[in-house]
Write a protein that binds this ligand. Structure first.
Ligand SMILES: [Zn+2]
Length: 488
């Protein structure tokens, strides 16, 4: 006899494409067990988008009735999406926990409707450059996460300089299950150096044998360092000098060189945090040539421009690398999301102690990093879907489905379908919130989105059937439910 699923999310709307939704009861245990439509017809979003229309729509339906033994979570006619996946976070455990920890970072993720993160290799000590260090980090992070997680491996210049067997490191890391390999064309981290052109090509050839992606921070190092040096020798220490030295040409030149490397090596190249129209043009060129060449962008590039550095309240908080660009770039990135040349949206979540590290009078010395894991989902619904830049389906794809595909996890994550992990986020699209640093859950409480209004709120988050966040019950879960996922 088939056992009854133990939980149900009652009366929720799920996207069925073309800006239409279906009212369903969704039954689940650790996996989604059954999706039961409450009515035959699907509903056009425009018919319920307005809060008044939504209220009258809700009145048409009596509450669903369920057997007593089922735990009922009220969906309240809100939107249910597959848990969001953020493939680019820096949670800093172990080694840089004065900035962020896996507990705080993953709880912030859960609060933001995120059910899985992939942590970067460079902001932990030791960095994840070998299977031994990978194993060490895996043990240390065990039972500390609220959400599921995987790790990026990394290849750093330091290991080439020390004549380490980098080829073996890559093969072993692939075997133990990293998501792919992160490299830098420019880096300010002592424990994780950039790769020069020769080492980058060599790395790409080795990584291509693993069939995993080579994720690249793409800015032209010599170009940036030359401009930076010119400014610094003239004592130009403001945000203008910083931004000009890391402009769109710096990005496009690095991406162009990576096209060459992808052609030579056959590696799947993935550009992280793409920031400019020129960079995007290069990505499109690579894709037109038939290369397996992908990229991501982040909310800050989709919202801010360099004019926002004039605002001294957020100027230091907005600093990251590459820096945000201009109006033209911002619009181009939205176009890139729409036409599919940008695969998904990540956050590059990287927090710090804002008092100690965001207060330097000299802009060159300000820590670069924005902790955004909690804001991405409401941001994209608010600025993307609600403003008509993206359809409902596209928004969900960019937050979850495409990242699951990228990670080879399409069989268990990224979709609301029977048999998939019950990773769920309940989104209220009829209420709004003003972003405030004091409300954040990551360790460093600061954000350039301070006082920005988002027309969407995360109400509940479930990771494989467990309720890890509830807007009105903040203490609902302990860390430890999140599982390490080995990527094949
Ligand atoms: Zn990053």
């Amino acid at each position: 006899m088939k056992t009854q699923p133990s939980q149900v999310m009652s009366q929720v709307l799920m996207s069925v494409g073309e800006n239409r939704v279906r009212l369903v009861d969704l039954y689940f245990d650790e996996k989604i067990a059954r999706i039961q439509p409450c009515i035959d017809q699907d509903i056009q979003w425009d018919d319920i988008s307005d809060p008044e229309k939504w209220e009258s729509f809700k009145e048409e339906f009596p509450a669903s009735v369920f057997p007593q033994q089922i735990q009922v979570h009220q969906g309240n006619f809100m939107l249910l999406i597959p848990g969001a996946i953020d493939t680019h976070v820096h949670f800093n455990t172990p080694g840089f926990e004065h900035r962020e920890t896996f507990e705080t970072g993953s709880y912030a993720a859960a609060c933001g409707g995120v059910t899985m993160v992939v942590d970067m290799p460079c902001t932990s000590l030791p960095p994840v450059n070998s299977a031994i260090n990978f194993e060490r980090k895996r043990k240390i992070v065990e039972r500390r996460s609220y959400v599921d997680y995987a790790f990026w491996g990394g290849v750093r210049g330091n290991d080439f300089a020390l004549h380490k067997n980098v080829n073996r490191f890559i093969a072993e890391l692939s075997r133990v299950g990293v998501a792919g390999f992160k490299v830098y064309t420019i880096s300010g981290m002592r424990s994780f150096h950039y790769l020069n052109q020769e080492c980058l090509l060599q790395t790409a050839c080795w990584v291509s044998r693993t069939a995993k992606p080579l994720a690249v921070h793409a800015e032209d190092r010599l170009y940036v360092r030359y401009k930076q040096h010119r400014y610094q020798t003239k004592w130009q220490n403001d945000w203008r000098a910083y931004c000009d030295s890391r402009d769109d040409i710096a990005e496009a030149r690095a991406v162009a060189r990576l096209i060459y490397i992808a052609q030579k090596s056959n590696a799947k190249v993935h550009i992280t945090h793409l920031s400019s129209a020129l960079g995007l043009e290069q990505v499109r060129r690579a894709r037109l040539e038939g290369l397996d060449f992908t990229c991501e962008t982040c909310p800050h590039y989709l919202y801010f421009t360099q004019q926002d550095f004039e605002n001294t309240e957020i100027s230091a908080f907005l600093k990251t690398a590459p820096p945000v660009k201009n109006d033209y770039d911002r619009e181009a990135l939205w176009d890139g999301l729409k036409d599919g040349s940008i695969s998904f949206v990540t956050t590059d979540h990287a927090g710090c102690d804002p008092v100690k590290e965001k207060s330097d009078w000299n802009f060159w010395g300000v820590y670069g990093g924005i902790p955004g894991v909690e804001h991405r989902v409401p941001f994209l619904f608010s600025e993307g879907f609600k403003k008509g830049r993206l359809t409902l389906e596209e928004t969900i794809q960019l937050l979850s489905t495409q990242a699951a595909n990228f990670l080879n996890l399409a069989h268990r994550k990224g979709r609301l379908k029977v048999g998939m992990d019950a990773d769920l986020a309940l989104v209220n699209l009829w209420d709004s919130q003003i972003i405030n640093a004091a409300d954040m859950h990551s360790k460093g409480k600061y954000t350039p989105f301070e006082n920005v209004e988002f027309d969407a709120i995360i109400e509940k988050t479930f990771v494989r059937g467990k309720n890890v966040f509830n807007r009105f019950e903040p203490e609902i879960a302990e860390p430890g439910h999140g599982e390490f996922l080995k990527i094949s």
